[in-house]
Ligand binder design. Structure first.
Ligand code: FAD
Length: 498
């Protein structure tokens, strides 16, 4: 059974002359290399331009004809089968600086890739340059200062494992193969965010290569405005080559796992859950999902993590556990690292994913009725997730970081996926279901989490979700990226262009 399979879009951004480019790109590494510029227009590079870039890099520069190219252009969401003109596999800040400088000089369309999990597929592009940071994987934990420094290709599982070795943690995500870089820059909700805030709230420093190829340090002491923007403003301001986080001590054992309730009990359990989850301690993370299980029907599934004392966990969860008898109860003492990997299988790389989402202030009766009705229809091919936020993440002031909607209690996720990303019929069925479902449920939401952006989310949505922070983000963008070199993201155009 799949679970919390974060999804993404097969659309958007792809309207950049893909098919003609594909023919040209496949034709060979001739003296003229077709590229797509930042403004979407086609142009060419010479072989000598490319050789110059290659000569400056310590990492590989991959072109379509080279071995390793097809592997390197793959991203988590199989719905995006894009063919960049160049992939710079950066191994350090010097490589990143060279790649950024080259992109700017040649006006290239640029995608920046950390862990490659962008739901909207924006870390790969057709015809442009991918600045691929995935080879940069070091994690350094200072167990005395409670600080970690990681490179931008680090996945959450690597980070958690190193920090947990010292009994420490930074809240970051719920699936261990997600990239820490993109997750942090967009905000970063994790199983421990109700206790310790978002990943971006724990970001205390960053090394950034800006659009003009400059190295800039962002911290509370140096360029604090930039740090503010990196805390939720996405990849708008430059390429981050190093992230520094505050760590928190946690007990070695936590309590959690999955619980499932029968189709018969699901409506009552969802209504009970709406009240139960509105008032839980910060130690408890619990998200609920309506999922269709073959030969069974629509069921309610919970993903639980309690990070306080085990006896306390059992007391806190007792009302939900005993309201109705679960048909599956996997709650038990376990490690944080185990819980963090528990959803990995349900969101395997390479399948097709599409997701729409929005913040909720609560789970109101109208939303419950509409959700149950949707999941009871015979054509329900996806799942609805009530993803928990709140706690410490909500106690940060809306203008303290770029993340504006601090009062969000949850996100509602409408997820659809399909096994074979090349199966157009399956894709259309999944996407149509998700869009129709979103159309019915969007009125219950207000704002959305930029890291769950779909490729076909309108720009206006990005603008409104940044709320009162938007003007400051535009100003910062004008300062650090006035030509919008970094545009493949939840884009905040500089005032001159948008
Ligand atoms: C299976 C799955 C589970 C998820 N679970 C959670 C979750 O629990 N909590 C949560 O908050 N989010 C979650 N997400 C959403 C996740 O935060 C985003 O998909 C995020 O973009 C992933 O980061 P990445 O580095 O892997 O992505 P990438 O695709 O590599 O990057 C995404 C974007 O981030 C920017 N970027 C990446 N690295 C850098 C860098 N070093 N410098 C500048 N810009 C950069 C670029 O604009 C890029 O387009 C999940 C996503 C998936 C697919």
């Amino acid at each position: 059974m799949k679970r919390r399979a974060f999804c993404a879009s097969a659309l958007a951004l792809a309207s950049t002359g893909t098919s003609s480019l594909r023919v040209l790109a496949a034709s060979s590494v001739s003296s003229e290399i077709p590229i797509i510029r930042g403004d979407g227009k086609q142009a060419t590079l010479t072989a000598s331009d490319v050789a110059d870039l290659k000569g400056t890099l310590r990492g590989e520069l991959l072109l379509p004809s080279q071995s390793g190219y097809d592997q390197a252009r793959k991203v988590w969401n199989g719905a995006f089968d894009r063919r960049p003109a160049l992939i710079a596999r950066c191994v350090g800040a010097a490589d990143v600086t060279q790649a950024v400088t080259f992109a700017r000089a040649h006006n290239l369309l640029v995608a920046v890739r950390g862990g490659g999990h962008s739901l909207s597929g924006q870390s790969v592009c057709d015809g442009g340059l991918v600045i691929d940071l995935s080879p940069m994987k070091s994690v350094h934990v200072d167990p005395i200062a409670h600080v970690a420094r990681i490179e931008p290709g680090v996945l959450l599982g690597d980070f958690d494992r190193e920090a947990q070795f010292f009994g420490l943690v930074t809240p970051a995500g719920t699936v261990s193969h997600t990239g820490a870089a993109g997750l942090t820059l967009g905000g970063g909700y994790g199983r421990l965010s109700r206790r310790f805030g978002l990943a971006c709230d724990n970001l205390i420093g960053a090394d950034v290569i800006t659009a003009d190829g400059r190295y800039v340090r962002a911290s509370e002491q140096e360029n604090p405005d930039l740090l503010w923007g990196l805390r939720g403003g996405g990849g708008n301001f430059g390429v981050v080559t190093s992230f520094e986080y505050r760590l928190h001590p946690v007990a070695p054992m936590m309590y959690g796992g999955r619980m499932m309730f029968s189709p018969k009990d699901t409506p009552d359990v969802l209504r009970f859950f709406a009240k139960f989850a509105a008032d839980t301690p910060d130690e408890l993370y619990i998200d609920g999902a309506l999922v269709v299980v073959p030969n069974m029907g629509r069921v309610m599934v919970f993903d639980v993590c309690y990070s306080g004392a085990v006896q306390q966990a059992e007391r806190v969860l007792e009302p939900l556990r005993h309201f109705r008898k679960p048909i599956q109860d996997g709650l038990a003492p376990t490690t944080y690292v185990t819980l963090q990997a528990s959803g990995d299988g349900g969101s395997a790389a390479g399948r097709g994913y599409y997701e729409r989402s929005g913040f909720l202030r609560g789970i109101e009766p109208g939303l419950i009725d509409a959700s149950l009705a949707i999941m009871d229809e015979p054509g329900a091919v996806g799942e609805l997730v009530f993803w928990q936020h709140g706690g410490a993440a909500s106690r940060v002031k809306p203008d303290a970081t770029a993340v504006w909607h601090r009062d969000a209690a949850r996100s509602l996720l409408v997820d659809a996926d399909w096994d074979d990303p090349h199966d157009e019929r399956a894709r259309d069925t999944a996407m149509q279901w998700a869009r129709a479902t979103w159309h019915k449920l969007e009125p219950f939401t207000d704002g959305f989490y930029v890291n769950t952006m779909a490729g076909d989310d309108p720009h206006q949505r990005v603008r409104s979700t940044y709320g009162g922070n938007y003007p400051r983000l535009v100003k910062l963008k004008g300062q650090y990226d006035p030509t919008n070199l970094f545009r493949l993201n939840a884009n905040v155009p500089p005032s001159s262009t948008g």
